[in-house]
Design a protein around this ligand. Sequence first.
Ligand SMILES: C[C@](O)(CO)[C@H](O)COP(=O)(O)OP(=O)(O)OC[C@H]1O[C@@H](n2ccc(N)nc2=O)[C@H](O)[C@@H]1O
Ligand SMILES: Nc1ncnc2c1ncn2[C@@H]1O[C@H](COP(=O)(O)OP(=O)(O)OP(=O)(O)O)[C@@H](O)[C@H]1O
Length: 269
Amino acid sequence: MIVFPNAKINLGLNIVEKRPDGYHNIESCFYPVGWSDVLEVIPSDTLKFTTSGIPIPGSKEGNLCLKAFELISKDFHLSPVRVHLHKVIPIGAGLGGGSSDGAWMIKVLNSLFDLGLSVDGMHYYAQKLGADCPFFIENKPVMTRGIGNVFEPVQCSLKGLYMLLIYPDIAISTAEAYQGVQPKTPEHPLLSLLEGERQIWKDKVHNQFETHLFKKYPLLPQIKNTLYEHGAIYASMTGSGSCVYGIFEKETSIDWDPAYKVFAERIKY
Ligand SMILES: C[C@](O)(CO)[C@H](O)COP(=O)(O)OP(=O)(O)OC[C@H]1O[C@@H](n2ccc(N)nc2=O)[C@H](O)[C@@H]1O
Ligand SMILES: Nc1ncnc2c1ncn2[C@@H]1O[C@H](COP(=O)(O)OP(=O)(O)OP(=O)(O)O)[C@@H](O)[C@H]1O
């Protein structure tokens, strides 16, 4: 079975408070985008995991694909599989690529082994893997609260518009990003801003991580400004960075430093 675990962007991201367990409660809209890895899972004699594409830091055992397999095999009998992950989504980009691989692995195991897990059942396992994982189970635009695992519907569609995603080859770990953040109560409820006129997003919809990460990495606000100079309706860093995206009414191409990774699409979700 072959699937294409996709990335996400955050439309607005408020860090509301630090919790006693060290995590932070956030308020954000998660939106699926088409930048994708390739994940192949086939029945085999022994459990095997290989990767190609972008090198993934950390051990094989720490990879969320294998972690998903281990997690599900605690509750179900799974025969061995051969897993190959071709990594395309930049790492340390705020695109949730690793989380997506883990969540898609749960979905693959559910159908390959006929486990009969419902969406809620898959959420249960996904949230044990990481804060961003449950979103990728249903993979549709949603308002998230809690640590990113409590979902609420949002009437916000970007379908038919154009998206440019720019990864400037700066890896920022999620833990690093949260360390420098100052939680604060949002001035405006994000949900009503996102469901309102898109023209006001530029002034009112913020990713709170930008405050300290833009000071630390001045290249990031430069990329955001360039996107606005080329006519973006809205531009922002996604998640904990470093990827910056722009949303456009028409197809737009911009010359970037060749070291950057760029993904462009007509938004389909
Ligand atoms: C920035 C976001 O991508 C927003 O979409 C997410 O909040 C990050 O979620 P994630 O990458 O799945 O995060 P995890 O891998 O579960 O956590 C990595 C580390 O980030 C910090 N962390 C993560 C999520 C959260 N809501 N509060 C946190 O403080 C914790 O120090 C944690 O040890
Ligand atoms: N399948 C995987 N792909 C990428 N990273 C993985 C994977 N499994 C585990 N990891 C670990 O997770 C870390 C970062 O993952 P990820 O790509 O989700 O970060 P990110 O792009 O910053 O996303 P976000 O902060 O939005 O979750 C890597 O440094 C790596 O050690």
